[in-house]
Design a protein around this ligand. Structure first.
Ligand code: 26Q
Length: 805
């Protein structure tokens, strides 16, 4: 097998580069292998499309501003069933497979959880033979590249397209026109109905780039279609240089290309930027036009039956303008009445919410929408009027609440309200999250539309996050329970039967140890710090947010350091704290926390009195590929958000599946992990969501009392305030003030003591090797529940009503 592939690679190298293997670089090999995979995939891609068309299957479209797909060569090889063969071939040719795969630039077209979820969902849709495709934007710049300079985060542009991207194909024939601005003219037809015409609009071309989404060993290949913004006139060769108009056109072209220029960072202190709104409409208008055209060519049915063949999932509110956009096309281009258009629209859309932070719910100034999208604004206004009238007449008990329910209120358009009203399904992403939506955040909407609300707990693809990232563990699991778990991840549960077999546990230990050694080597190479591979690898990897409480983790590290300084000979299991986190560029406090982590690292890592018992590692530029290196090596998974704040979390699932034990609060999907493995197999601490919400109702707790009564806390905060961790004593004062003068809004001090105690428990458990390994294997055994295959199965049967291929 590997020989045949080697032969193909040789031929491809000569065809592409005119080179032999001995002259080839890893990059040449990467491109040769990608071409070979593409060639194979093309056939299946065509056949899948044809099958969907011939069988007239209902299809789901996942609309998302983000798809954080990471690298594709290795995962495509895996799903296509060629990974082992390819690795052998590469090794025999004298190449390190990981080095070849690393030639691919990560496609970082997402911020974090929401974007990575979209990528896992596409993988599961294809792997389960479901007709489902993604629509997104082909940003020229992905999420910024993070560098740490003197402890500070510095952002560099992520130009990921420097080298040709082998997975995309431009499909110019399917380009569509998007219109912004302009005037709306209204005419009365003879039958009294209204006709709308748009004049003087700015037109932009949306050109699709298609990426194949390869299912796992099943012949299904779906499509991720990413839109790129181009000027309609960009091919106009008549234009003369030197002409004034030429430069105006160039500037115009540039402003159009900005629409797919870069991905906006997730930003809590964000006020609506018009360019972001343009991006959102650009995505939804292109996608809806495309979906309708596809429906018409595949089905000889009236558009009034659209919902029989099409369902559109909107990933958070970011693509919620798809609702008025579909209304617009049905009415203004297809001649539907309002009532008929609304009938169709509200059967097509389903909305997923990803946050309980009400301050993070998206709104836009009415003026901005009115001027950028005049016709869309008219439609939103009409949806709003009809909705508010409905409440007034049919729900007297909610009349007072109209300002909090209205889609347009106080000069702003509330996107979540639009999404709820225009969809037939509204789902949260973990049990507790959905409950909080129903009982608090969206309580009145739940009263109005109880049947729309449902839960779909998130998941992760075990193909990338176990089979690909941790091949040694995957192989060991297959040795123990056979390969059925690969297609049926819930069968990982069979591991339970073996979780007390000490000889076997030793093998699991060995795998974890090898993964830790590999990560230690990577850290040595890239950061230059030696970490003890027998130390506890304690990992917190996620976006930096106050509510995720990286600060609580750092306070614990400072506490341990203070203890060691005080009592240098105390017995302590060596620990390596590993962080990965990007902060939104304008999120000041988040950046201060990054600086604090790096500053503490620079002190702790080099203090001889620590005697290597503590190491703190901040992994620069945390992304999908770095996650793939860290997760298989994790012993402890830090999931320590202020209870009620983390909608679900998905890193918690990835680390569980790789045998790490969760140390966390009862929040998001941690609760569902706990339902499965129980308190015995994880480390739970801290306030519950109910307690947190109760405190908020009464204006918080008294943070200063804890400062005054707990010496450990006082010491740490004073160290921050007095500049003990900084060159200048101004550093970290903002953190100090935020906690003491803003009354510790995320309960860092309140949860500090239980957090320390729980860490002590975890340390003791770690020393009891067999107990620890038993807990670890128990976690792996239950993790099949969190395969995104399970999640997609639930979306497909309960929301989308899809048939498999
Ligand atoms: C906001 C304003 C302007 C520009 C961008 C944004 C923006 C972008 C991305 C706001 C939010 C996001 C992403 C949110 C996100 O990733 N949420 C996470 O979703 C995961 C998948 O459901 C959950 O597991 C996490 O709990 C949730 O935080």
């Amino acid at each position: 097998m590997a020989d045949a592939l080697k032969e193909k690679i040789l031929r491809q190298l000569i065809a592409d580069k005119g080179r032999e293997v001995k002259e080839a670089t890893p990059k040449d090999i990467y491109y040769a292998l990608a071409s070979i995979v593409n060639e194979e995939v093309k056939q299946q891609w065509f056949r899948t499309r044809k099958y969907y068309k011939d069988e007239k299957l209902k299809e789901v479209y996942y609309l998302s501003m983000e798809f954080l797909i990471g690298r594709l060569l290795e995962s495509n090889l895996l799903n296509y069933g060629m990974l082992d063969e390819a690795k052998t071939a590469l090794e025999q040719m004298g190449f390190n497979p990981q080095e070849v795969f690393a030639e691919e630039h990560d496609a970082g077209l997402g911020n974090g959880g929401l974007g990575r979820l979209a990528a896992c969902f596409l993988d599961s849709l294809a792997s389960l033979n479901y007709p489902g495709h993604g629509f997104g934007i082909r940003y020229r710049y992905g999420l910024f590249e993070q560098r740490i300079i003197h402890g500070n985060q510095v952002e560099l542009p992520d130009y990921w397209l420097t080298d040709p991207y082998p997975w995309e194909s431009r499909t110019e024939e399917e380009a569509v026109v998007i219109q912004f601005h302009g005037d709306v003219h209204m005419y009365k037809r003879n039958d009294g109905t209204l006709e709308f015409e748009y004049k003087n609009t700015d037109k932009v071309m949306a050109v699709p780039y298609d990426i194949p989404v390869v299912g796992y060993e099943n012949g299904t290949v779906n499509t991720l279609r990413l839109w790129s913004a181009e000027s309609i006139f960009s091919n106009n060769s008549d234009r003369l240089e030197g002409n004034k108009q030429f430069y105006r056109d160039l500037a115009h072209e540039h402003s159009i290309e900005q629409i797919s220029g870069f991905l906006y960072p997730d930003d809590s202190s964000y006020e609506g930027k018009e360019l972001r709104l343009k991006q959102q409409y650009f995505l939804v208008s292109a996608s809806i036009q495309n979906i309708l055209k596809h429906f018409k060519t595949n089905n000889r049915m009236s558009l009034s039956k659209l919902a029989e063949k099409v369902v559109i999932q909107i990933n958070d509110t970011h693509p919620s303008l798809a609702i008025p956009e579909l209304m617009r096309i049905l009415m203004d281009e297809e001649g539907f009445s309002w009532e008929n258009a609304w009938q169709v629209t509200t059967k097509v859309f389903a909305y997923t919410n990803h946050t309980t932070l009400s301050e993070a719910l998206e709104t836009w100034p009415t003026d901005m929408i009115k001027s950028l999208l005049p016709r869309i604004f008219m439609i939103i206004d009409e949806i709003n009027n009809r909705f508010c009238q409905g409440i007034w007449f049919d729900h007297e008990e909610l009349r007072d609440k109209i300002p909090e329910l209205a889609i347009i209120a106080y000069e702003r358009v509330h996107m979540a309200r639009l999404a709820i009203v225009g969809s037939f399904s509204v789902n949260g992403v973990a049990k507790i999250h959905t409950e909080i939506l129903k009982k608090k955040e969206m309580k009145d909407f739940y009263t109005l539309f109880p049947d729309k609300f449902n839960n779909k707990t998130n998941g992760i693809t075990h193909r990338r996050w176990l089979m690909q990232a941790n091949p040694k563990l995957a192989e060991l699991i297959t040795d123990v329970i056979g390969p059925q778990w690969i297609k049926r991840p819930k069968q990982l549960i069979s591991l339970l039967k073996h979780s007390s077999d000490s000889a076997l546990l030793e093998k699991f230990n060995q795998v974890k140890h090898e993964n830790k050694r590999e990560l230690a080597n990577y850290i040595k190479q890239h950061i230059g710090i030696t970490v003890d591979e027998r130390s506890i690898f304690d990992v917190q990897i996620k976006r930096l947010h106050e509510y995720k409480r990286q600060l609580l983790n750092v306070f614990h590290i400072i506490y341990l350091y203070n203890e060691l300084k005080e009592n240098p000979n105390q017995d302590m299991t060596p620990r390596t704290f590993i962080f990965g986190a990007k902060a939104a560029p304008s999120y000041h406090l988040a950046k201060e926390v990054i600086k604090l982590i790096n500053t503490v690292a620079s002190i702790v890592n080099y203090d001889p009195s620590v005697k290597d018992r503590l190491k703190v590692i901040f992994m620069e530029n945390y992304n999908v590929s770095i996650a793939e290196k860290i997760i298989p090596a994790a012993d402890i998974s830090e999931q320590i958000s202020t209870a009620s704040k983390e909608a679900s979390g998905t890193g918690n699932m990835k680390m569980m599946m790789n045998g790490a034990l969760t140390l966390g609060t009862m929040d998001g999907a941690n609760i569902e992990i706990n339902d499965l493995v129980g308190d015995r197999n994880m480390f739970i601490f801290g306030l519950s969501a109910d307690e947190v919400l109760e405190y908020y109702q009464h204006g918080g707790y008294h943070a200063r009392d804890l400062y005054n009564t707990d010496d450990r806390i006082k010491r740490i905060l004073d160290q921050l305030n007095q500049g003990e961790f900084g060159v200048h004593n101004i550093e970290f004062k903002d953190i100090y003030y935020n906690i003491l003068y803003h009354n510790d809004p995320y309960f860092v001090l309140k949860d500090f003591e239980p957090y320390l105690e729980t860490h002590e428990l975890a340390e003791r458990a770690y020393r009891d090797r067999m107990t620890w390994l038993n807990m670890s294997v128990t976690n792996i055994a239950y993790s099949g529940k969190f395969s995104s295959d399970q999640t997609i199965q639930e979306y497909a049967t309960e929301i989308w009503k899809l048939k498999r291929k």
